[in-house]
Ligand binder design. Structure first.
Ligand SMILES: Nc1ncnc2c1ncn2[C@@H]1O[C@H](COP(=O)(O)OP(=O)(O)O)[C@@H](O)[C@H]1O
Ligand SMILES: [Mg+2]
Length: 200
């Protein structure tokens, strides 16, 4: 079973959005679960909007996480995605420890890049990779962010645009690949998924 943790110490980076979208895509041909470690429960509310879902949702606390993951693996799950809260390094560190890969979304602005260093520090020797998220179209604002990630020695999974489709999809409990299969948001999610597979 592949375990992915979505971590950034900054709120609003896109952890829950990308966790939901990548899980919804991967779940089309695999047995997938999401563990919601965030008391804000974004993933839980997204999941509650889904109809007849085949994605299993579990809520959790750091001390429970390891056993829940063992149980999912024993139950034949292919994928377990962990969504984490910002500003809680215990939850983040626990998720990082359990994950095969920690996905770190970062928005392409100076303040966000400064803040992401705290998340890189939490990563330690564990495998991590960045998604530069919510890049406005028609700009080159992602370039300094990409440069920053490269210099930090953490891998880059790719960039995802600032797209209204992500918001529409979230509001309906969908991933972009379900909401608008042929859209740009969907194609970015598929590309990021490929990049994840190529790392592991
Ligand atoms: N690529 C994107 N395009 C458009 N809106 C986005 C994108 N990524 C995130 N958002 C929006 O930004 C807000 C914060 O994202 P969220 O996933 O909740 O961040 P986090 O879980 O890291 O706190 C949400 O309203 C979400 O819909
Ligand atoms: Mg969140």
């Amino acid at each position: 079973m592949l375990v992915l943790a979505f971590v950034s110490q900054k709120g609003g980076a896109g952890k829950s959005t990308l966790a939901a979208n990548l899980t919804a895509y991967a779940a089309s041909d695999s047995k997938a679960a999401i563990i919601d470690l965030d008391p804000q429960a974004s993933i839980s509310s997204w999941h509650s909007l889904r109809e007849s879902d085949h994605i299993t949702l579990l809520t959790s606390h750091p001390p429970l996480l390891s056993k829940q993951i063992d149980k999912l693996a024993a139950d034949g799950y292919d994928l377990c995605v962990i969504d984490t809260p910002p500003h809680n390094s215990t939850a983040a560190a626990t998720a990082i420890k359990e994950a095969d890969l920690t996905v770190i979304p970062v928005r392409p602005s100076g303040f966000d890049l400064v803040a992401v260093q705290a998340t890189f520090n939490l990563l330690g020797e564990n495998l991590g990779a960045v998604i530069v998220n919510a890049v406005p179209s028609g700009t080159a604002v992602q370039e300094p962010a990409i440069e920053f990630v490269k210099e930090s020695g953490v891998r880059l999974l790719g960039t995802v645009g600032q797209r209204i489709a992500f918001q529409h999809a979230s509001n309906s409990g969908l991933g972009a690949t379900e909401y608008e299969a042929g859209g740009k948001a969907a194609s970015e999610i598929k590309k990021i998924w490929k990049a994840i597979e190529s790392i592991l």
